[in-house]
Design a protein around this ligand. Structure first.
Ligand code: GLU
Ligand code: MG
Length: 436
């Protein structure tokens, strides 16, 4: 028997799932220019598969055109090769389609640069459950747990490197069978492409070992969450870091304060994009090292925005290391949508010159809920439903998405809410765990 080498052309869509079509590698020359056909309703494919609702019906054609900078070809053992290329959804006239997630991020980056001259640097730190290791008491962070996952970790990191990423670390995390992978930051769109590649390579390598890498936000309602933490900083036109000012509160420059304040101001609505599953909200609950309030904290892993530590011999190096970590995201979100939404919200903070509330006088977690509210902080939405309605009521989101795309996104999320409305929390977790 022979095998015809195929390459999968895909987009990480509104459900955070890479969907597309495979074509023969020998046709790549022509395919890399014209892509593969899609219909508008493809974007309405839910996390669980079915199209529950679509404003587009059965009409229309679009092209999914691969971006050669996001092509991955990684040899796995026994002759198997993981071969895919991420791309953009274009109209048949060759314009970017208004509902393309990758275009959403491109627009956010372009708007940021046009209005401020700033570029965006980020890295996704992702947690997942690897099924190929037995859960044992005491396994958290343990060398023994690292050892018992066998060849998965080293094969996974080699695959990332072969895919053009720079792996930074791999560790046994806090949850049962939970691991985490970090990679080096990259500018602009590339960071989101790499977040997608990171997830897909974990899945591909796990599958090679007869296992799964599960990125679902929560595998059971009372479990430990899988977060996708987005570390970011901003650079000026000369590539100088601009977030850091050691003389100011939190070490944040004035510009950094505006950007962070924009994110926090819009956070309840942003959550509908960055934590977009019904199960996401089982993670965003107390005592899980996951955020529950719209707060910024210095080196606080319970905060929504964490000011990360620096460990640097010079002020210049400190400025380069200084970054913020956005912790309200998980892997049900398309990285393009999550990053785009964070940038649009931050940019809104820059435009409005928003300020952060003064740093709390005492430990945030010792304060009562009323004291936290008085300190200018709000609870995060408690459900996807709440977050979606906040997004629908956010005037600025009309500009971020455009009227059409916002309507599409809201319909998409409301249909997902209806699809699981009759299920118990445990059933909901199981359903998302089967997908992500
Ligand atoms: N698992 C936690 C989350 O759901 C994060 C733990 C950590 O700080 O790495 O976000
Ligand atoms: Mg972690």
């Amino acid at each position: 028997m022979q095998a015809e080498p195929l390459i999968f052309i895909g987009i990480c869509d509104l459900a955070g799932i890479v969907r597309g079509k495979a074509v023969p590698v020998r046709e790549w020359g022509a395919r890399s220019r014209k892509g593969v056909g899609l219909t508008h309703s493809n974007i309405m494919m839910s996390a669980f598969g079915p199209i529950y609702e679509t404003p587009f019906g059965t009409l229309g054609d679009l092209m999914l055109v691969p971006d050669p900078t996001a092509r991955v070809e990684v040899a796995l053992a026994e002759g198997a090769t993981e071969r895919f290329c991420l791309g953009d959804i274009l109209t048949t006239e060759g314009e970017n389609w208004e509902c393309c997630p990758r275009h959403f991020l491109r627009r956010a980056l372009a708007r940021l640069e046009a209005e401020t001259g700033l570029t965006f640097l980020s890295a996704f730190e992702q947690e997942f459950v690897y099924t190929g290791v037995e859960d044992r008491p005491g396994a958290t962070y343990a060398l023994d747990s690292f050892r018992r996952q066998g060849a998965f970790g080293e094969t996974f990191l080699a695959a990332l490197r072969q895919a053009g990423l720079e792996p930074d670390s791999f560790l046994p995390e806090y949850g049962p069978r939970q691991f985490e992978v970090t990679i080096a930051p990259k500018p602009g769109l590339r960071a989101a492409d790499e977040a997608v590649i990171q997830r897909e390579m974990a899945r591909a390598v796990a599958r090679h070992f007869g296992q799964r890498a599960i990125f679902a936000p929560m595998l059971e309602p009372q479990g430990i969450g899988n977060g996708t933490h987005i570390h970011f900083s901003l650079r000026d036109a000369a590539d100088r870091p601009v977030l850091y000012d050691p003389k100011r509160a939190y070490g944040l420059s004035e510009l950094g304060e505006h950007f962070a304040a924009g994110i926090l101001d819009h956070l309840p609505a942003l959550a509908a994009v960055t934590a977009p599953a019904v199960a996401s909200y089982y993670r965003l609950t107390p005592n899980r090292w996951a955020p529950t309030w719209t707060n910024l904290g210095r080196q606080d892993r319970g905060a929504s925005l964490r000011v990360c530590p620096i460990f640097a011999p010079t002020a210049e190096e400190a400025g380069r290391q200084f970054n913020l970590e956005f912790r309200v995201a998980d892997a049900a979100a398309s990285p393009y949508m999550a990053l785009g939404a964070v940038i649009f919200a931050g940019l809104d903070g820059l435009r409005r010159k928003l300020r952060l509330p003064p740093p709390p006088q005492r430990d945030f977690w010792e304060m009562s809920e009323a004291e936290r509210c008085a300190a200018g902080v709000r609870p995060l939405p408690r459900s996807l439903d709440e977050a979606v309605e906040r997004l629908a009521a956010t005037e600025a989101a009309r500009e971020w998405f455009g009227e059409r795309f916002l309507d599409v996104y809201l319909r998409f999320k409301r249909a997902e809410l209806r699809a699981v409305a009759s299920l118990s929390a445990a059933e909901i977790c199981a359903r998302y765990a089967a997908v992500y």
